[in-house]
Design a protein around this ligand. Structure first.
Ligand SMILES: N[C@@H](CCC(=O)N[C@@H](CS)C(=O)NCC(=O)O)C(=O)O
Length: 238
């Protein structure tokens, strides 16, 4: 595939309810990046997806460049890119003026450090709690670490603009609310509610202020369908 400074066709293969796909949806929305969406049914994964898009079979993935073709039959001339963290950096590189990755090297390092903390200290404990293998206290430790990084004032995770650090945190932070509202998960009854009580208590004011602000942001509203996710959790945990 030839490279060019003008963004080319981009097809986003997603499973809408997935937080990893949500990261990419947020970055595309914030960059105002023209793209096509192809929903992949992960419960009934189509053969073409693994054969032609992502051999690992996971969403999100994108195809970039090459001719305009049907998403189910991507061109061999397009680049196929997987892994949400890689795709987010790619979108930031395609749209440098979006500010998704700041130009300043120090801010770039802070964005990447923030992303590392979210991945290791919030995402892993959140899945472990929902699968009934770790207590919610491990999530709170992750939120502590994130809260320490959040600024005292201002809306964003790092610096003065929306970055891929925000697009990485919001999908998982938003889904914590579903855990405490619905108690859907393999944890003991009442544990989800206790998590919610802790997070809405005085210790986590800064984190909740950040989250509430981000939930009102147009890119979040355009990409987050709580009912759809609750329906998936019901299917998954029943
Ligand atoms: N590390 C990957 C994780 C993606 C992932 O686990 N996606 C799940 C949906 S939440 C998936 O596609 N699962 C289907 C499968 O594993 O077959 C990323 O960040 O993109």
């Amino acid at each position: 595939m030839s490279s060019s400074s003008e963004p080319q066709q981009l097809t986003f293969y997603r499973f809408e309810a997935s937080p990893f796909s949500h990261k990419v949806a947020l970055a595309l929305a914030e960059a105002k990046a023209p793209h096509k969406v192809c929903e992949v049914d992960l419960f009934n994964k189509p053969e073409w997806f693994t054969a032609k898009v992502n051999p690992v079979g996971k969403c999100p993935a994108i195809s970039y460049g090459g001719p305009e073709v049907a998403p189910e039959d991507p061109s061999p001339q397009s680049e196929k890119i997987a892994e949400s963290a890689v795709i987010l950096e790619f979108i930031a590189d395609l749209y440098p003026e979006s500010g998704l990755l700041p130009k300043d090297p120090v801010l770039r390092a802070r964005v990447r450090y923030f992303i590392d903390v979210v991945a290791n200290k919030l995402v892993l404990p959140s899945f472990a709690f929902s699968n009934g293998v770790e207590p919610y206290e491990n999530i709170l430790k992750g939120v502590d670490a994130i809260q320490d990084l959040l600024p005292e004032t201002g809306d964003f995770a790092v610096g003065d603009t929306y970055t891929i650090a925000d697009a990485t945190l919001i999908p998982f932070a938003a889904r914590l609310q579903i855990v405490w509202k619905t108690e859907l998960g393999k944890f003991a009854p009442g544990e989800g509610r206790k998590l919610g009580e802790e997070l809405q208590g005085p210790k986590y004011t800064k984190f909740m202020r950040y989250l509430n602000t981000m939930m009102e942001r147009p890119s979040t509203k355009a990409t987050y369908d709580e009912e759809l996710i609750v329906a998936l959790y019901r299917k998954f945990y029943s």
